[in-house]
Design a protein around this ligand. Sequence first.
Ligand code: NI
Length: 139
Amino acid sequence: MGSLVRFGVSMDAELISAFDHLIERKGYVNRSEAIRDLVREALIKTQWDRSAAPAVAALCLVYDHGTYDLARRLVECQHKHAHQIVSALHVHLDAQDCLEVVVLRGPGNELQRLADHLISTRGVKHGQLVMTASGKAIV
Ligand code: NI
């Protein structure tokens, strides 16, 4: 670890109050530790974005299956990238909404692009990609 650098951050009072509640719930002892973790997470995410290193990932998508043509477009995209899709789990959440969990494997940057495409598809209400490496690559 290098030397410590202190810096000031200006933030809206409501935002910092909400952040303080969040870090208390998560058990951080102070803001510095919480901010360090956020920075590390952001840096790791950016690395995946750019790296072609082998990765595995789980993509969660929540969408309304009644949105015109959406289910077909999501399936078509997955077929197009079948070489990177290990498995997909579909759960009917209620009369309207579906949860799809797609397990991906391939170069990190390509998985990120595929996930960005699926998440940004019109009608997808929420999407989140959890990227990780194969066990051997994790130190
Ligand atoms: Ni469904």
